[in-house]
Design a protein around this ligand. Sequence first.
Ligand code: GDP
Ligand code: IMO
Ligand code: MG
Length: 431
Amino acid sequence: MPAVVLVGAQWGDEGKGKATDLLGSRVDYVVKFNGGNNAGHTVVIGDEKYALHLLPSGILSPGVVPVIGNGVVVDIDVLFEELDDLIARGVDVSRLLVSSQAHVIAGYHRTLDKVTERFLGKRRIGTTGRGIGPAYADKINRVGIRIADLFDPKILREKVEGSLDQKNHLLVKVYNRRAVDIDATVDELLAHAERLRPMVANTPLVLNQALDEGKNVLFEAGQATMLDIDHGTYPFVTSSSATAGGAVTGSGIGPTRVDSVIGVIKAYTTRVGEGPFPTELFDDMGEYLLKTGGEYGVTTGRARRCGWYDSVIARYASRINGLTDLVVTKLDVLTGLEKVPVCVAYDVDGTRYDEMPDDQSAFHHATPIYEEMPGWWEDISGARTIEDLPANAQAYLARLEELSGCRISAVGVGPRRDEIIPVHDLIHARA
Ligand code: GDP
Ligand code: IMO
Ligand code: MG
């Protein structure tokens, strides 16, 4: 019966896709509950590499029912592009379910995302430009379009008209752009409606029934704790609830059903886009992590900013998500370093902070207090037990576990599916 939530513990790209794939053979449903095609998950199976954006990574596991939950924002063109790409590669995508309550990303959301970023100039967020923020803004502002609206063209037109009412004034008068055409927008949205119809379902009902029947359901987050709209480094965040609470509201199950929460965390830290990042490296070491870790965004191709492991963030993520298990990824990337610094606390203008400052200015001013761990040189990609690792790599993990407020249940030692060290079973009933 376990309902397992899987979230990113840092600023994204921790390896959630690989972790989901790892559990794929043991779960019946994989639910994406937040975000949209701003996500980029890489899954490597044998010699094949897949990049997923809008679809849950579980779509690659035979037998799994992939679900796009009500908390997701769906760009319908992207949905079918991704599906067609997988179909062409021989993946069976026929079980996909899409919530009728999920919101739709329209062309005007993408336009607004780009023009507002340009308008913000130096204050920009560095978004992925996929229309995520404007689509969620419409949802909260109660002028959004939902999947169910696509099956009632009259209502759809009224809603598009309502939504564009203010936006066209804004586009024309403030941003000096052309007004968006209502009919063309409606036609674009309706283009794939018939193909979509059989996938649309009452997904909260389906998921609750699945749990009642004792099925295993994995709730897979896009983005991560530090990008969460409430708990992240606001305003440099995404516009959805990427933490464990989002799994509940974004899929329509009750919090009492969740058995465990897995946090995926890199053995160092990366971030794409703007915003504060205390352990960021601006020297050769940052360059080294970028190159060795292949840290380029899956969605936008941007180089990721790189820095050391930050245990203040790990403890924060453990607390905010109620983590039961940590999956530490990319330990192999640290191989070959003389010393591996770990941030244990922050110094903010002379005051030590062991926990995340509650005040955004303090976080912006935080400088890391490091502890240096001795490095290792041996190739660890073949390690399959903790004992296979060099003593210094074992000591590094033991220190991360002590500092991070959560047990380590698996360790990634390479991108491939089998390059993992299992420590504790990741699918378990509530303790
Ligand atoms: P996600 O957005 O959290 O799913 O992560 P991404 O796919 O954006 O980025 C993680 C990257 O790290 C991908 O290229 C993965 O193939 C790769 N990866 C995942 N786990 C490991 C690991 O343990 N070692 C190495 N070297 N690469 C990994
Ligand atoms: P996965 O699921 C890393 C970042 C963007 C930007 C901010 C807001 O692969 O971990 P948005 O387009 O969402 O409005 O952009 O959030 N961002 C991500 N960074 N990984 C992601 O997803 C991200 N999704 C959004 O770079 O800083
Ligand atoms: Mg990613």
